[in-house]
Design a protein around this ligand. Structure first.
Ligand code: PMP
Length: 399
């Protein structure tokens, strides 16, 4: 997919960094798939039907009535204290004690990735990532010019025993998503979480646990976070994007205070602080237990959509195509027979009004071009069936 770059027409010099920037393949595709006739499995967006609009309206009105001067004013870089305290309490229930001073509110967890890149990565620093990994993390870290080291994975996610001293030598961080990984939907089993938390206790680099999908396990039986196993050694990223709404842009980093101090300095230079108003809205909505009823409703919707996707894959896909059966989250990962390039397939698929995200951009290197990511959360079941049937036909024709 070629991406237009108009910078050659600029009469000014760009930084070396800016010259190396490329657009996200996903964003380019999303533009094409905005046509209403396209059945899009491409977006990573939550279903708008889950946005708690009425609760947001009531919270916003109340804040503007009772707390407007603070809600509309500049505020502390660390974030709104009652929200930081609420997050610390929520994470302390698993046994580990998390302090509000460990919590930094960020402008989405995407900003957390950028801040971690800023304070941990030098040009050429080794950075350990899963194979494949979240494209947005690669984009954030790449601004700081690391040398990526891919850690092997299998159907259960990251293979912890592969993290040998040779592989991890000099690493500045390990970036992992234990829950329903974007893009593969995989969940790291308990034994591997324990092994990774144990490794983090002695490692010379932090293990970043990015966890935007943890609450979305369909059975409502979450596995313990690595943060709960090694609270002084794991850097945990959380987000309200998938359990409330992404437009609020509220995420957070839980980290030891000594790292937090540096992250706060970096955030100060970036945006002073996350919006005072939306932080208060989130706190107002969640403080009395709203998520305890809201999250199960999101889980139930996504579980049904996922079941519809898996049933359609089973019904239509030709032999040789394989996929996983996610236990939560928003994504299914599909492997095509090796000769099929999913980027070329996408161009044809879009012409037939169905879209997905090719797997290649999710690899830091040695991309497997025969993989693709399907998101099922925004497409009604009848359209899921129709879209998968169209896709299967195009794949069959290439076999
Ligand atoms: N991490 C992962 C793994 C994601 O999938 C996303 C969003 N797609 C983010 C971080 C960023 O989320 P946000 O900034 O909305 O919190």
């Amino acid at each position: 997919m070629t991406q237009p770059d108009f910078s050659a027409a600029l009469p000014w010099q760009l930084s070396e960094r800016a010259r190396k920037l490329t657009s996200s393949a996903i964003r380019e595709i999303l533009k094409i798939t905005e046509r209403p006739e396209v059945i899009s499995f491409a977006g990573g967006l939550p279903a708008p039907a889950t946005f708690p609009v009425e609760q947001m309206r009531v919270a916003a009105e109340r804040i503007l009535r009772e707390d407007a001067s603070a809600a509309l004013q500049y505020s502390a870089t660390e974030g709104y204290l009652p929200l930081r305290e609420w997050i610390a309490r929520r994470y302390s229930s698993g046994g580990a004690q998390i302090r509000a001073s460990q919590v930094l509110i960020t402008t989405g967890s995407q900003q957390a990735l950028d801040l971690l890149g800023k304070v941990l990565i030098c040009p050429g620093s080794p950075v350990l990532v899963e194979t494949p990994t979240y494209l947005g993390a690669l984009q954030s870290f790449s601004m700081y010019e690391p040398r990526y080291v891919q850690v092997p994975t299998d159907d259960d996610g990251l293979i912890v025993s592969a993290l040998t001293p040779e592989l991890t030598a000099g690493a500045r961080l390990l970036y992992a998503q234990p829950n329903f990984q974007n893009p593969t939907g995989r969940r790291l089993p308990l034994a591997r979480r324990k092994a990774l938390a144990e490794l983090a206790q002695h490692a010379a680099f932090p293990v970043i646990e990015d966890d935007p999908y943890g609450a979305l396990d369909y059975a409502g039986e979450p596995l313990p976070t690595m943060l709960s196993m090694a609270p002084e050694r794991i850097v945990h990223l959380g987000s309200f994007s998938k359990v409330l709404a992404p437009g609020l842009r509220i995420g957070y980093i839980i980290a030891p205070e000594a790292l937090q101090f540096k992250l706060v300095q970096a955030k100060q230079a970036t945006d002073l602080h996350t919006p005072s108003f939306t932080q208060r809205i989130v706190h107002e909505v969640v403080k009395d237990g709203f998520l305890d009823t809201h999250v199960p409703a999101i889980r139930a919707l996504y579980r049904d959509q996922c079941a519809a996707m898996l049933a359609a894959l089973e019904r239509y896909m030709p032999a040789g195509v394989s996929w996983n059966r996610p236990e939560g989250g928003m994504f299914v990962w599909v492997s095509l027979p090796g000769s099929i390039d999913s980027m070329a397939l996408l161009e044809e698929a879009v012409a037939h009004n169905v879209a997905f995200v090719p797997g290649g951009p999710f690899y830091a290197s040695e991309a497997q071009a025969s993989t693709l990511r399907l998101s099922f959360v925004t497409v009604p079941p009848a359209q899921i069936d129709d879209g998968v049937a169209r896709l299967a036909k195009l794949i069959q024709a290439r076999l």
